[in-house]
Design a protein around this ligand. Structure first.
Ligand code: SF4
Length: 439
């Protein structure tokens, strides 16, 4: 059995030594040579002012610092940490300054010479996967000798799980991200995500499971303290094990299936040498999808509220991260606007695949839905929100036009949303703030 198939599963017990055990057991840094240029990819997703999203959303600063220490011990001085967060102003330094300062990365910069980058302000290089399929990747990562990939152990509402391979999506440019959320049902999100690791230098993956997350990737999921680390020199093997630990058979996760086929493997644990703890002892089921009613026409909580006269169809994989972020606010605003009177046969279409139903008042959320319907014979009766992503003020106007009297303040409350969710964990001692600091 080749070393690249070895995966270490380790209980997290404390700073540096748990990560060291994961590295040593997996042999994950054995290919590293002193003087190598190393790129560290944490998972930050999105950042907002305090209280910022953390448990099960962002890689703990504990694990980032551990890895920097372990790399320095191996004679690595050329260290870069980079991320491309979800932001309406991707090149704006403010969100990065705030994230890098708050998460303690600035201390790592001062102490260890770690370089910090916003990937959107750096050059991208297009990588062609054949058959006209290409994505543009951050050049610093591509040109490094080695990647240290630090995802969070989480499920994902669209991709089933979000682990080492999916974490690399933070290295592609915005156009490429939109391309991944394709309308095509064969070359769909799963197909594109499976290609993300293909052009990368050698990768060491350390999945941070100090906190895991149900219905990730963001703060509206349900985090739990799981205290485990998964490490491997083979990103696919790490993800197969991570998926099993989240209670999802790896062969049921479409992008892992595609990634395995790209490597001439099967998406199972056959041939993966798991060392350390056993998967059976630590696995626990984490739901991935947000619940909807049986017909897929309303989110579970809205169906329970008895909302009538509205079809807000279940999201599909063609809805990009930017529209997903907006979508969550639109649903919240509509739920709050419900006063018990049926809405007037309204439907809301999202992503790139949905199509209007005759006889309904159709709201087209986002430029893609407008593009898909602008030549429709009934387009005049549709209400279009054309932005990419759609902006709160135009969403507000459109919903009012459809007779749904949402509060515009709810649609504008994106930056405050993490604080609302983080409050749930404030009095639970297992949710420790200190994991997201560097002392
Ligand atoms: S409108 Fe939405 S789904 Fe379409 S490309 Fe823009 S963000 Fe993606």
């Amino acid at each position: 059995m080749g070393q690249t198939d070895r995966v270490a599963v380790v209980k997290y017990e404390g700073p540096v030594e748990s990560s060291r055990r994961a590295v040593d057991l997996s042999g994950g840094l054995d290919r590293l040579k002193p003087g190598d240029k190393v790129f560290i990819k944490p998972n930050i997703v999105f950042f907002a002012a305090a209280p910022f999203p953390k448990w099960g959303v962002i890689t703990t600063s504990r694990i980032v610092e551990d890895m920097v220490v372990l790399l320095k011990e191996r004679g690595i001085d050329d260290l870069t940490l980079g991320e491309g967060m979800v932001s309406l102003k991707p090149k704006d330094p403010a969100m990065y300054e705030s994230a890098f300062e708050t998460l303690g990365y600035k201390k790592l910069e001062a102490r260890y010479g770690l370089k910090l980058i916003n990937v959107y302000t750096r050059p991208f290089k297009e990588i062609d996967f054949g058959d006209g399929a290409a994505l543009s990747f951050n050049q610093d990562a591509l040109e490094s000798d080695f990647i240290v990939d630090l995802p969070v152990l989480k499920t994902h509402a669209q991709t089933g799980v979000s682990l080492g391979i999916k974490n690399l999506k933070g290295l592609i440019d915005i156009e490429s991200r939109k391309r991944c959320h394709a309308a095509d049902t064969e070359r769909d999100l799963h197909w594109w995500v499976a290609h993300l690791a293909e052009a990368m230098p050698p990768i060491f993956t350390l999945i941070d499971g100090i906190y895991s997350n149900e219905r990730g990737p963001s703060f509206d999921g349900k985090p739990r303290r799981s205290d485990m680390l998964v490490a491997s020199a083979d990103v696919l093997s790490a993800d197969l094990v991570g998926s099993a630990l989240l209670g999802h058979r790896p062969d049921t996760v479409p992008h892992l299936g595609h990634a395995a086929r790209l490597r001439g493997r099967t998406p199972t644990l056959d041939g993966v040498d798991v060392v350390g703890e056993s998967i059976e002892d630590l696995a626990s089921y984490h739901q991935s999808e947000f619940p909807y009613n049986e017909e897929g026409t309303l989110p579970g909580p809205m169906a329970k509220m008895g909302v009538e006269g509205l079809s807000y169809y279940k999201y599909d994989t063609s809805m990009c991260t930017y529209c997903s972020a907006v979508n969550w606010l639109v649903l919240s605003a509509i739920a709050m606007a419900w006063k018990g009177e049926p809405f007037d046969r309204v439907e809301v279409l999202t992503g790139k695949r949905m199509r209007a139903t005759p006889g309904k008042k159709t709201v087209l959320l986002g430029k893609c839905m407008w593009d898909a319907h602008k030549d429709h014979p009934d387009v005049d009766r549709m209400i279009a929100i054309k932005g990419c992503p759609p902006m709160p003020s135009t969403i507000n106007q459109a919903l009012h036009q459809a007779g749904i009297m949402v509060d515009p303040a709810v649609l504008e409350s994106w930056a405050q949303a993490p604080g609302y969710f983080m409050k749930r964990y404030g009095d639970r001692p297992e949710f420790e703030e200190s994991f997201f600091r560097v002392d």
